[in-house]
Each structure stands twice: as C-alpha cells, then as structure tokens.
Design a protein around this ligand. Structure first.
Ligand code: MTE
Length: 337
C-alpha cells in the first residue's frame, strides 16, 4: 500500500491534470479508431491499462491553504505517485470527481457532482459516542489538525463491479476511536450520514430508510487500512465524494465507505445498514470484496476499471488480503457476505 504524509512534495513524479486530460484525449482517439463500440456504456474514455506513463515534466504547485488545513477542492490536483503498489494507474481526477455514487444527491453517476455543487460542508461536526469513555463532538478542521492527513492510494471496488484507484488524504479511523476510549462491551462501530432532506434532495424519496448508515466490526475499524478521508488528489473532498469527511475501507465494497459522516457510535451489536434494510439478500454486513461470492444479480469475478477498456479480475479483499484476511480467520465468507 502506498502512503505518504501530507503536504505532498511536488516532484517530477507528479502528473498534472493537464497530462491526464491529454492522455485521455489521446486514448479517446485511439479507442475511437480501434472500435467505438468498446466505449458504449463507459462513463469515461479509456486510459492506459497498466503501465503508468512517464513522469510529467511540469510539477504542480501546491495550492495554498490555511495553516494546517487542506487546499480547497478546486485547487490543482496532486498525487505523490501515478500508480498504486500493484502498478495500477491512478483514475483521473475528473473521473473520480464526476462518476460517483451518492444517492442523497441522485441516483445517476453524474448527479452527485451536479446536485451537490452548492452543498455547504463547513462548519461540520462529527459526534462520537455510544460505548466509550470519552464521548465528544469534533469539528472536522480540529480533526485535521489533531490527526494530520496522509496520502493513501487505494483501489475502490464498487459492488456494481466497477473500480477506481484513488489517492485519498485521511487519517486512520483507529486514531479517533482510541481518543474516545472504547468500552470493553463496544464490539461494532456505527456510522451515520447527515440527515437533511432540504439540503440532500435524494432523501426526499421514500425508496430508502434515510439516513445512510454503515458499520464495521471494531477490529475492522481498528485496522490500519480503514481511514477517515478528508481529501483526495492533495486537497479537500468535493461534496460529491463525501465532504467533509467519509470512511474509506478499501477491502470492502464501496458502499461501506459512507460519506458526509455526522455521527459515529460504538455499539454492542452489528448495526443494520441502509443497504441491509433495503435488500438483505443482496447486501450483507461484511461486504468484503470477494470474487467467489456472486451478487444475486451479477458475478463479482471481474470488474471494469474506470478509464480502461475491457474487464480485469477482481482480487480477494480487493488486493488487501495480506493486511485483512486474518480478521476473518475461521469465518464462512460465503455465509458472511
Ligand atoms: N455514502 C452515502 N452517504 N450515500 C451513498 O449513496 N454510496 C456508496 C459510498 N458511500 C454512498 C455512500 C457507494 S455505493 C460507493 S461505490 C462509494 O460511496 C462511491 O464513492 P465515490 O463516489 O467517492 O467514488
């Protein structure tokens, strides 16, 4: 897993957005020449498959930010590397910020970027409580000061069988949980998204049991891979990506990575998530990426990497088995989907 402390030092390793865009244009031309049909249904034009492009000549200047805080979402995107630890190229900044799932802002992939454009995410507090010794309400800016974000380049595998590689900025969830001192009977962590149908128009629909809720077992939440993300591509999150703070648990299907969190509770029982309530036979509590357990309506053996043509094999635990498989020793992963 690639990780770096923020702020990222711009270097010749960094690919500016313009280079991604040029590359995309170039590949678009190629793809159209090679057969435009390959693009049908793709939200973004394909990009090179595996080999990262050579280092960009022009470094991106680090955008200025308030001391200790991240640059604003519209600052120039930066990343410390062009690929993850497997050599998979980063998904373009454009695709990562315009092809989203955030049902509070609509169900189409491009709805969140459009409908969440004016969603105000500052000031914002996260209430942390339940079975803890030191409950508290934390301002996101204070969290960023207390737990300086680091870059984590992670694959994101959606249960819908598409995937991306995203350079997140965040801090280990464990740090916040340790700060509130979990009680001995705390076994699970329950996360809740803001409930505000005025500002989140999708919540006016009766299709789902709002607010969006997700959960982790406490030992999963304490695993170093689990982060609370406050940014991507070297700057604050756009609203469509779950600003100002969202979970990222990269070995699980993307729906576990709950956005725009306002409440975190330590609890004794597994919390029922929005998706478990909506379709219990399709979405379980664990939701670990598993090519051997098909979704009832489609296979999970392969995935479409956004920006690439074709499909690639899905890796157990999304390629993070070494770090997390031990959490599930002795468990039946077919039954605990
Ligand atoms: N969180 C909330 N509150 N609402 C959502 O609809 N969608 C989930 C997850 N977190 C969702 C959410 C799904 S299905 C995925 S795949 C990821 O967010 C997508 O994250 P991204 O748009 O930043 O790629």
């Amino acid at each position: 897993m690639a990780r770096r402390r923020w702020p990222l030092i711009p270097s010749s390793e960094i690919t500016p957005e313009s280079v991604y865009l040029n590359r995309r244009q170039f590949m678009k031309g190629l793809a159209l020449g090679a057969g435009a049909l390959a693009l049908a249904g793709c939200a973004t034009p394909p990009e090179p498959t595996s080999t990262p492009t050579p280092a960009a000549a022009t470094p991106v200047a680090q955008a200025t930010a308030a001391p200790g805080l991240l640059p604003p979402p519209d600052a120039a995107p930066v990343a410390s590397a062009q690929a993850d630890e497997l050599g998979d190229a980063l998904t373009s900044h454009e695709a990562a910020t315009t092809y989203n799932n955030f049902y509070e802002f609509g169900m189409g992939k491009d709805d969140p970027a459009r409908n969440a454009k004016d969603f105000v995410t500052s000031p914002w507090t996260v209430q942390v409580g339940g079975l803890v010794g030191k409950p508290g309400t934390f301002g996101v800016e204070d969290l960023i000061r207390q737990f300086p974000p680091e870059e984590r380049i992670y694959r994101l595998r959606c249960v819908e069988a598409w995937s991306m590689v995203i350079p997140w900025l965040g801090f280990p969830l464990a740090k916040l949980l340790q700060a509130v001192e979990p009680a001995s009977d705390a076994k699970y962590v329950r996360f809740e998204t803001l409930l505000d149908p005025q500002r989140m128009p999708g919540q006016r629909s009766g299709w789902y049991d709002w607010p969006y809720v997700e959960g982790l077992r406490l030992d999963e939440a304490m695993n170093d891979l689990a982060i609370l993300s406050v940014g991507l591509y070297g700057k604050m999150l756009y609203p469509q990506n779950g600003a100002p703070i969202r979970l990222v648990a990269p070995w699980k299907y993307g729906f576990k990575s709950i956005k725009s969190i306002v409440k975190i509770d330590l609890v004794a029982e597994p919390p029922a998530s929005l998706w478990m309530k909506a379709a219990p036979n399709e979405y379980g509590f664990y939701a670990n990426v598993n090519p051997d357990v098909p979704h009832p309506r489609w296979s999970q053996a392969t995935e479409r990497r956004i920006g690439e043509g074709g499909r690639r094999e899905t890796l157990p635990f999304n390629g993070y088995a070494e770090q997390v498989a031990g959490l599930y020793a002795g468990m039946d992963l077919q039954a605990n989907y």
